[in-house]
Design a binder for this molecule. Structure first.
Ligand code: TYD
Ligand code: MG
Length: 454
């Protein structure tokens, strides 16, 4: 009897070792090595493989890609994030925290599309999925549900049903007969995904797969999974808030700067096409600690409200807590404030929230963060109608940011009266309804922010 060949795979990064070790020497994680059965690939001497003989190089000018229209997912947000719809033959991986709404999003897309879709679920029963479909309030005649985890059986079913879109929920539950390790292990995930990769490229069928994520936000399983697929999307948001953001981390067919915004309602996810109006509160009398930032996500301008609360620290170490904002960046801004505005770091607790639980990566939000902190610190509201857009440098200078004109347009459209920018910002056309104030340092902002304007 031949002995089964095994190796120890790191469940975090996918590296493998002949012996067990406490720590993976590649990614330095502890206790992630698990023994898995491996099979030697059939060795074919180089130059003799059949597939090598059958594929020939083609001149790039002779490659025809004209008959490849994208599939319209009927979901404007998803279309935008994908760069204009689902590309035939593409493999899309969508990751996100448990309970964030991945299954809801994909079921919704399957139900609203008028084409044949096969939704494969290895996690939920058909009844559970039906219940979710009832909640979403849609009854499609061409959406098939399959409860199966075996890749070979799934492919058989795909061949008989002939769907135009395949959804796999989730890749971690799949298991293929070609290798013997248990479902969810690194080699199973990799192997199952590679079956679908080959299948989708051969048949030109788009496949969307759900991927679970690990503690630190990466897709569980080997990193190689993200390299294999064409598109990696992240569905994120704060579960306690209703807003969800679809962000692309990798996209072979479009930009990764675009985001999609959804609201999780009782009857499924609703696309948010006018985010600015929802994300700022319409308080007639301004509150201290609130400031509005004119941000850009992708090519879309979004006005966002920042809320800060500064209070005297009760315990020895002051607390810093943020939602939606990088806490290291907050510490940097606080240090700048200490140096430039005499803000005493050691004696203050600082809490910072971006409303709606949305995570914003645009550096132009810095100035609004500073303004919100200043306002909460002295407990005076920022006068009504002011918004901000500038990055802050380490020496307290206001730095220029991109897409100034779009930010001005959006702020003007929403009825703001003043936009504060860096004096390095070049404005191509002076706007009519909004006044632009430009400062070079935060000292100037502090001097002028709370004074009366007409
Ligand atoms: P789900 O799609 O199961 O999340 P995931 O697949 O990412 O784990 O979403 C689950 C959450 O969404 C659940 O907590 C309930 C909520 N939800 C709604 O608020 N409204 C709805 O219409 C649906 C279907 C779910
Ligand atoms: Mg799910």
């Amino acid at each position: 009897m031949t002995k089964l060949k095994t190796a120890f795979f790191c469940q975090n990064c996918g590296n493998h070792y002949p012996k067990w070790m406490g720590q993976c020497s590649a990614c330095k994680e502890w206790n992630t090595l698990i023994e898995e059965v491996i099979q030697n690939p059939k060795k074919t001497p180089i130059g003799l493989s059949k597939t090598q003989a059958s594929s020939k190089p083609t001149k790039i000018q002779d490659i025809d890609n004209s008959d490849n229209p994208r599939l319209n997912s009927k979901d404007e947000e998803l279309n935008r994030v994908l760069g204009g719809g689902i590309v035939p033959g593409s493999l899309i991986l969508i990751g996100g925290e448990p309970g964030i709404g991945k299954s809801t999003l994909l079921l919704q897309i399957s139900l609203f599309l008028n084409i044949k879709v096969l939704y494969v679920s290895g996690e939920e029963s058909k009844q559970q999925i039906k219940r979710r479909a009832n909640r979403i309030n849609s009854n499609s005649k061409s959406c098939y549900i399959l409860n199966e985890t075996n890749v070979e059986t799934i492919i058989q079913q795909i061949n008989s049903i002939e769907p135009e879109l395949i959804i796999i929920d989730s890749i971690q539950t799949l298991q293929t007969d070609t290798i013997e390790s248990s479902p969810g292990s690194v080699s199973q995930i990799k192997e199952s995904a590679s079956h679908f990769l080959k299948y989708s490229k051969k048949t030109n069928l788009p496949v969307v797969m759900v991927g679970h994520i690990t503690k630190d936000g990466g897709i569980a399983g080997p990193k190689i999974l993200e390299h294999m697929v064409d598109v990696v999307l992240n569905f994120e948001g704060d579960r306690n808030h209703i807003y969800r953001i679809l962000r692309s981390k990798k996209n072979r067919y479009g930009s990764t700067a675009e985001i999609g915004i959804y609201e999780m309602l009782n009857d499924g996810l609703r696309q948010v096409s006018n985010p600015s109006e929802l994300l700022i509160s319409n308080n007639k009398s301004p509150l201290s600690g609130n400031a509005i930032a004119a941000t850009i996500e992708g090519i879309r301008p979004i006005m966002i409200e920042i809320q800060a609360l500064v209070s005297s620290a009760v315990y020895g170490t002051p607390q810093r807590s943020t939602t939606g904002f990088n806490s290291k960046r907050l510490n940097m801004l606080l240090a700048v404030l200490e140096k430039k505005a005499g803000f005493n770091l050691g004696t203050k607790d600082v809490f910072l929230n971006i409303t709606g639980g949305i995570k914003i990566e645009d550096p132009a939000i810095d100035l609004a963060v500073i303004a919100a902190i200043l306002s909460s610190n002295i407990n005076i509201p920022i006068p009504h109608g002011i918004c901000f857009a500038a990055e802050i440098g380490l020496s307290g200078e206001l730095r220029n940011i991109s897409k100034i004109d779009q930010r001005i347009n959006e702020a003007e459209k929403l009825g703001f009266k003043f936009l504060i920018l860096s004096d390095a910002a070049k404005i191509s056309k002076i706007p009519k309804k909004i006044k632009i104030l430009q400062y070079s340092r935060i000292e100037d902002l502090i001097k002028n922010l709370f004074k009366e304007r007409d």
